[in-house]
Design a protein around this ligand. Structure first.
Ligand SMILES: NC(=O)c1ccc[n+]([C@@H]2O[C@H](COP(=O)([O-])OP(=O)(O)OC[C@H]3O[C@@H](n4cnc5c(N)ncnc54)[C@H](OP(=O)(O)O)[C@@H]3O)[C@@H](O)[C@H]2O)c1
Length: 244
């Protein structure tokens, strides 16, 4: 190295402020005080998630198109779960999980735009078709269910997660741990981290950042493969991401 190079390098290091240490990706926020609402919470997936989160100590409200159906499901689950219609559920919650069928996805979200303003929305909807060959992924016009949610809810904080869970295991009181990772997608890091932390509240689960919403389609579509696995092996398969 010449003396000039040496001087330049030491000068530039003197002027460049020290780089902040990289943030530990496992340093996640405390979400234990946040209220979680589940739209379509009377179905197996919503009920299962509500049960797991409530069992982990989270305040949960189940939503339904009919408040009395939600109340009946909530009573069944115990652990302080409450039931309300979807609009009240959205209004009272900090985090709102969307667990309605793909067929009702767009209409449900459109009708709740006001109640969902400012809320952290977590979409777990998998647009799938079924025929005699089994399950297959549909291709939503917007790219994915999550991107449809983001398009319909410009004033909400839309993320996507919980696509690959088995509703059977979630609802089984004999199962203490759900052995799976949860891929969490979104545009805003702080929002994604809240959802990662929420997944991490459930014993056995880790919430892992898996990209932006433009990559939600293949995450949603992968459920068609998991359904094939489950049918062949009579299983409730989950996913593990290795080396993270
Ligand atoms: N089942 C799983 O293992 C699993 C796993 C991961 C993700 N998911 C995703 O989670 C979502 C829910 O799955 P699920 O099996 O629980 O579904 P589901 O039982 O068919 O539906 C859930 C609830 O949505 C409400 N609903 C039904 N049709 C609706 C419509 N047209 N508009 C608005 N609400 C409607 C119903 O509640 P009310 O009648 O009380 O309103 C129903 O109980 C799906 O999008 C699925 O892709 C499911």
């Amino acid at each position: 190295m010449t003396s000039t190079e040496s001087t330049e390098s030491s000068d530039s290091s003197a002027q460049t402020p020290a780089k902040a240490p990289a943030k530990d990706p496992w340093d996640l926020p405390d979400v234990s005080g946040l209220v979680v609402g589940v739209l379509g919470g009377t179905g197996p997936q919503g009920k299962g998630l509500a049960y797991r989160l409530a069992r982990a100590g989270q305040k949960v409200i189940i939503g339904s198109r009919a408040a009395e159906r939600a109340q009946a499901a909530a009573e069944e689950l115990g652990h302080g779960v409450e039931g309300a219609d979807n609009a009240e559920t959205a209004r009272r919650s900090d985090i709102v999980i969307v667990a309605v069928p793909w067929e009702g996805h767009g209409k449900t979200l459109e009708s709740l735009r006001e109640e969902l303003t400012g809320k952290l929305v977590v979409d777990c909807v998998n647009p799938l078709g079924f025929d005699k060959k089994g399950a297959y992924a549909l291709k939503p016009e917007e790219g994915s269910a999550a991107e449809q949610a983001a398009a319909l809810l410009p004033d909400s904080r839309v993320t996507a997660a919980f696509h690959h869970l088995s509703a059977v295991l979630l609802q089984d009181p004999e199962t203490d741990e759900i052995d799976t990772d949860v891929m969490v997608l979104g545009e805003v890091r702080a929002d994604v981290e809240i959802v990662q932390a929420l997944a991490g509240r459930i014993p056995g689960m880790r919430g892992i950042f898996a990209g932006r919403l433009r990559n939600a389609h293949q995450v949603e579509a992968l459920v068609a493969n998991l359904i094939s696995v489950n049918r062949r092996y009579k299983a409730h398969a989950g996913l593990r991401l290795t080396d993270v």
